[in-house]
Design a protein around this ligand. Structure first.
Ligand code: ADP
Ligand code: MG
Length: 320
């Protein structure tokens, strides 16, 4: 019997091939594919899929929130490359008894986020299925001198994140545990947003960049795998909102675990040389450094602990 798929990284490595067309600068492996279309311009191409009760729940989220989220997640991947989103197509699988009102409200959210980023929805596909599945594919552009690949981290770079982490996972835990209040955290979970504005500010100066969809530990691991480097994450410096700290206490959890191993904050994680740090320091927080080797460590209470589990994985289904 053939072995089962144990992790998303193993799966992606197993299917990865070298592109045949020379204009494909990056195929599988980064936040988006990179295709060279002129001497100073790249086309970016990405897709993200959302499955009911896995990526969203109708018990917590309004249809408008889901519509926003599917666009924001794709814009976030284009922002993570230093690009500008332009065109989207959306394919949906709808349950037999779904109401017209649901679909209208879903698309209200889709158009809200498309308008925010000047993205045109230019097509899609509709089928019936047993659960709601929504897939968005998006195209965007990047200037060749603004592209930020995962594989460009250098030893000695500082690792920074563009904002507070762990908020979305905290919101999910509040819902799961039926805890009242903390509306602002719950809202952040229901309707997260991409950070295109921050990407525009830093993309000229940073080396590697990625968006936080699966937690800080996982994103730093992705950058390190592609760059063939190691990293230290400074546990004490992970930026966490005060209300998230309070909520985590009630939940009996460490808020840093939400940040490291949760996901969908859609903040940007980037590495920057010490020389360029001055140019970007007001756009984020230093949370670590790039080192030689291939291991990722957590620096906590003056000890270095190697991280071996990296967060949410769709195959392993481990939330650590
Ligand atoms: P992100 O979290 O930024 O959306 P993923 O971790 O989902 O990125 O994917 C990592 C890389 O693997 C991307 O380049 C993506 O296009 C590619 N990838 C993911 N799933 C598949 C698949 N089923 N077939 C081909 N490529 C895939
Ligand atoms: Mg991404």
């Amino acid at each position: 019997m053939s072995a089962t798929i144990k992790s998303e990284v193993d799966f992606i490595n197993a299917i990865k091939t070298e592109p045949k067309n020379k204009e494909v600068i990056e195929g599988i492996g980064d936040d988006t594919a990179i295709i060279k279309i002129s001497s100073n311009k790249y086309l970016l191409f990405t897709t993200d899929m959302f499955v009911e009760n896995d990526h969203f729940s109708l018990a917590y989220s309004k249809p408008e929130d889901i519509g926003k989220k599917v666009i924001e997640a794709n814009v976030s991947d284009i922002a993570a490359m230093g690009g500008i989103p332009k065109y989207a197509v959306i394919s949906i699988s709808l349950k037999q008894n779904i109401s017209f009102d649901f679909v209208k409200r879903l698309y209200k959210g889709v158009y809200y986020s498309c308008n925010k980023y000047n993205v045109d929805l230019v097509g899609g596909d509709t089928v019936h299925g047993n659960e709601i599945v929504i897939n968005v594919a998006m195209l965007g552009y990047a200037k060749t001198d603004e592209i930020c690949k995962r594989k460009d981290a250098k030893v000695g770079d500082l690792i920074m994140c563009s904002g507070y982490l762990g908020t979305s996972t905290c919101g999910l835990e509040l819902y799961r545990n039926n805890i009242d209040g903390f509306e602002s955290i719950k809202k952040f979970h229901r309707a997260p947003h991409a950070n295109l504005d921050k990407s525009r500010k830093v993309c000229k100066y940073v080396n590697a960049m990625e968006d936080v969809s699966d937690g800080l530990a996982s994103e730093v691991r992705n950058i390190c795998l592609e760059s063939k480097k190691g990293a230290i994450i400074y546990w004490e410096k992970i930026p966490i909102r005060e209300d998230v700290r309070k909520a985590a206490k009630i939940l009996g959890k460490e808020p840093e675990d939400f940040a490291l191993y949760g996901g969908e904050d859609f903040e940007l994680v980037f590495t920057v040389s010490k020389k360029n740090y001055e140019k970007v320091k007001k756009f984020g927080y230093v949370v670590g450094e790039v080192i030689k080797g291939n291991k990722i460590y957590l620096s906590k209470e003056n000890k270095l602990i190697e991280i071996k589990k990296f967060g949410y994985d769709h195959f392993a289904r481990t939330k650590v």
